[in-house]
Write a protein that binds this ligand. Sequence first.
Ligand code: HEM
Length: 420
Amino acid sequence: MTAVSRRALLTGIGVGAASVAAVGVGAAAIARQSEDEPVATGRTYDFYGAHQAGIVTPMQDHLHAAAFDLTTTSRDDLVRLLQAWSAAAAAMTAGSPVGLYGAVNGPYDAPPDDTGEALDLPASGLTITIGLGPSLFRTSDGVDRFGLADRLPAGFGPLPAFPRDTLDEAICGGDLFVQACADEAQVAVHAVRTFAREAFGTAAVRWSQLGFGRSSVTSSADSTPRNLFGFKDGTNNITSDDAAGLDDFVWVQPEDGTDWMTGGSYLAVRKIRMTIETWDRTSLREQEAVFGRTKREGSPLSGGTEHTVPDFAATGRDGAPLIPTDSHMALAHPSANDGHRILRRAYNYTDGSDGLGRLEAGLFFLGYARDLSRQFVPMQLRLSRSDRMNEYVRYLSSAAFAIPPGAAGPGGFVGERLFA
Ligand code: HEM
C-alpha cells in the first residue's frame, strides 16, 4: 500500500507535504481525505525529522505498543516493510487514511486500503516510533538472518536477567517494535492494526500492550500525572527543553561510533505489574517511604515542593535519613547512578482481572537512553536488588530496541541508513 489518499492526489497535497506542513498544536487542518468535508486534526506531529517523534514529544494520553517477529528470511522483504510502515506512519500522523483509496473510495469488490475505524477522528497528536530488536541483527543462537550482524551497535543486546524478574517469555523481546501514542485510544490502535496489516506475510505480532493515562512528563509545560500507586510520576524526568540533557542522555551522538544510529536512541521496555491490593492496605507513611516523596505534592521527604532538589543527607530527630536509602527515588536518582539519567515515558495499564479477584494492573515502563548498558542496566539492577517498591511490584516483561533516527522525508524510511 502506498500512503497517498485520493483527495491528496486530486488536490496535489502529497502525504509528505501534508505531514511536513502539519507540525505543532493547532496546525492547519488536514482532512481524512476520503470524506467530503475536512475534519480538523487537532494537534499533529511530523513523522519526518532528525529524531523520531514519540520520544520527547509531549506525552499523549493513550498508548498502543507492539512487537513483531519477522516470518520472512528476505532482507528485501524487511526493507519493504520498513518502507511501507514509514509511508503509512507519515499518512496517519498527518490525519490521512492509508493507501491510495483510503477506507471507502476504492474498488467496491476489494478490501478497503484503510480499515476505517479512525475515519472521523482527527490526527489526535499521533506519534509512531519504530524500533529494531537485537534479534534482528543476531539471534540468541548466533544466526545472522539479514546480513546485519556486523552493524549491531556496541553495547546493544537483549537486556540481562535481573533479580526477582518473573518474566513471561511470550511478552518479551521482538524483532521489530512500534510505539503509537495519541490523544484518542482508537487512533493509536488504528496505527498498530495498520502496521500488523502491512506486515502480513512478512512479520507477525509477538505481543502488544495498551496503556492509558501517561505516567511521566516529557515537556516542562505539562503537569505531572499520577501512576496507579497514586503518586506523581515523572517529576525528575528529562524534558524536551533540556537540550543538553537530551544530548548527554537520550540521543546517540556521532562519537558513539554507530553512524546509522546517530540521532536515534535506545529503548528499554518493562511491563511491571503492581500488586495493588497489597498496596491499598499499606499505610500512607510506608507508601511515602517507598518513593521518598509525599503523596499529595510529590515533594521529597527532605522538604520543599515538588521540584525541590532532594537532600539525601537530611536526617530526622532519630538520626535516620528523611529519604530512606532504599526508597525508589534514592536508588534511581543520578547521585546513586554515576550521574546517569534516562528519559521515562511510561503508561499505566490494566488488562482486566486475574480470576482471583485481583486487577491485572501496573506500569508499562518505557525508558529511553543513549546507551542502555551504561544508563539503564545498572539502574535496573540497583532497583531490582534493593528497591523498597519491590514488595509491591512484579516485573513481567523485558525488551530492548534500537530506535533509529527519524526518516529524512517522503520516500525515506526509518532504518534507511542501516541498509545503506
Ligand atoms: C511500577 C514501577 C515504577 C513506579 C510506580 C515508579 C514510580 C516512580 C515515582 C513515583 C518516582 C518519583 C517521581 C519522579 O521523579 O518521577 C520515580 C522516579 C524515578 N524512577 Fe520510577 N517507577 C517505576 C519503575 C521504574 C523503573 C523500572 C526505572 C528504571 C529502571 C525507574 C526509574 C526512575 C527514575 C530514574 C526516577 C527519577 C529519580 C530522580 O532523579 O529523582 N522507575 N519513579
